[in-house]
Design a protein around this ligand. Structure first.
Ligand code: FPP
Length: 235
């Protein structure tokens, strides 16, 4: 496509499943199901456009505060989603990685995550990064604890800590920072998503609820991004 500067890395906060369902008099569970269907479609489009990294916020460290039944339904949805990714992984070259506090998830989900990550580790197509039980504060704290332990055991000195070295302790180690962040459903906040990594990203907000976010909406976001001038603090 002409003049389209496709971002290397797109991050998405998929918001609005609940409101989408409420507007249609449907259960929140069906809203999340529709959200998962939208994700399948959008990840395919991103892949077709040549996006190299797609990161999506599936479940935050704060989402445990939702009702037991909503949390249970989401875990079941994730479980089914990982099954489908595993089943289809022979047919595509997606490299799947989960970021977040994976050890805080139900054990069967942890196993499914390890399995899909292992099965796709040598793939060289799009990197599909799923943030699950993820919070940037939690990620940064885990990194700091790790670094403190290494300093305590004399692996390196605090003076040797650079930005790049610090970033190598984050869950996103070896993943370039997002170029474009998209958030749906009209909310304009980061909600504890990739706080370190989004320092110089371009932001794009859509009023559409996530289940309604279409291929065309993704293209519109990319067209908008293409017209931006990124300066990274320079003139
Ligand atoms: C926010 O909408 C969405 C979530 C908390 C869950 C995101 C999960 C999906 C999109 C399901 C698919 C993901 C995977 C990886 C299978 P909300 O419920 O907070 O919406 P609301 O603000 O309108 O209530």
């Amino acid at each position: 496509m002409e003049n389209l500067n496709v971002p290397q890395h797109i991050a998405i906060i998929m918001d609005g499943n609940g409101r989408w369902a409420k507007n249609k008099n449907l259960s929140v569970k069906l809203g999340h199901k529709a959200g998962a269907d939208a994700l399948k479609k959008i990840s395919r489009t991103a892949y077709d456009l040549g996006v190299k990294y797609l990161s999506v916020y599936a479940f935050s460290t704060e989402n445990w505060k939702r009702s037991d039944s909503e949390v249970k339904d989401l875990m079941q949805l994730f479980s089914n989603y990982f099954d489908a990714l595993t089943k289809n992984c022979g047919k595509n070259d997606l490299k799947v990685k989960c970021i977040g506090n994976i050890f805080g998830l139900p054990e069967d989900l942890q196993k499914k995550i390890s399995k899909i990550e292992e099965m796709t580790k040598d793939k060289d197509g799009m990197n599909f990064i799923i943030a699950i039980n993820y919070g940037a504060h939690d990620e940064i704290l885990r990194a700091v604890k790790n670094i403190c332990n290494q300093v305590l055991t004399n692996k390196f000195l605090p003076s040797q800590l650079t930005e790049d070295f610090f970033a190598s302790f984050l869950d996103t180690k070896n993943i370039p920072n997002p170029d474009l962040l998209i958030r749906t459903a009209g909310e304009m906040r980061l909600s504890n998503f990739l706080l370190w990594q989004l320092a110089y990203s371009e932001f794009y907000f859509s009023d559409k609820f996530w289940p309604d976010f279409s291929e065309q909406d993704l293209l519109d976001a990319i067209k908008n991004f293409s017209a931006r001038k990124r300066r990274f603090g320079t003139r």
